[in-house]
Design a protein around this ligand. Structure first.
Ligand code: FMN
Length: 173
């Protein structure tokens, strides 16, 4: 059983990425090889670099240390990643090393956050993580969910998310 940390990378009020995050977690919940540890960045907001209170910093470091792999669900903001996500990632260094990480991009447009994903990969490389190429791009997010926030084309998306999870588990040392 792999411990996988799931990070929702935006704190924006009304964030659509939360629907994607919940959906990705629901797919993980159906697997027997993944134990999900969800992290909402709202619980780790800080005002500046290395600005987490001591208890939160310890919590984040412990979470990253005990996890086998990470999945980041993040929107694209002005072609990049949300600032709060970068601040959280910068709060730790050693514990990321050698761990596989996968990214799910989210956007209202047709690219599904692809530009953000490419930028985030550079940061994750600097943290010496194993960055997977099985990113999933949730484009046109406003069209993807029904009124009950259930994903419409679950067959299509489940396949992609499961492929991402397969690759993640394969890369765990
Ligand atoms: C500050 C800001 C910048 C944005 N920049 C982009 C962008 O560069 N490309 C894009 O496709 N969508 C952009 N969007 C729209 C997002 O795709 C949209 O908000 C989507 O729902 C995902 O973000 P959310 O989780 O905040 O809702 C931006 C939204 C905000 C709030």
């Amino acid at each position: 059983m792999a411990n996988v940390l799931f990070v929702l990378g935006t704190a924006r009020e009304g964030r659509n990425s939360k629907k994607v995050f919940d959906y990705v977690l629901s797919v993980a919940g159906k697997r027997s090889d993944i134990e999900s540890i969800p992290v909402d960045i709202l619980d780790f907001l800080q005002s500046g670099t290395l600005g987490l209170p001591k208890d939160k910093l310890e919590t984040w470091s412990n979470l990253v240390s005990k996890t086998d792999a990470i999945v980041i669900v993040s929107p694209e903001y002005n072609h990049g990643y949300p600032g709060e996500l970068k601040l959280l990632l910068d709060s730790e260094y050693e514990a990321y090393k050698g761990k596989p990480v996968a990214i799910c991009g989210v956007s209202v447009g047709s690219l599904g956050g692809a530009r953000m994903v490419e930028q985030l990969k550079l940061v994750l490389n600097a943290l010496q993580m194993i960055v997977l190429n099985t990113s999933v791009y949730f484009s046109n997010v406003n069209e993807l969910f029904d009124k009950n926030n259930k994903i419409k084309d679950s067959q299509f998306w489940d396949k992609r998310i499961d492929e991402m999870f397969d690759s993640l588990v394969e890369h765990i040392k």
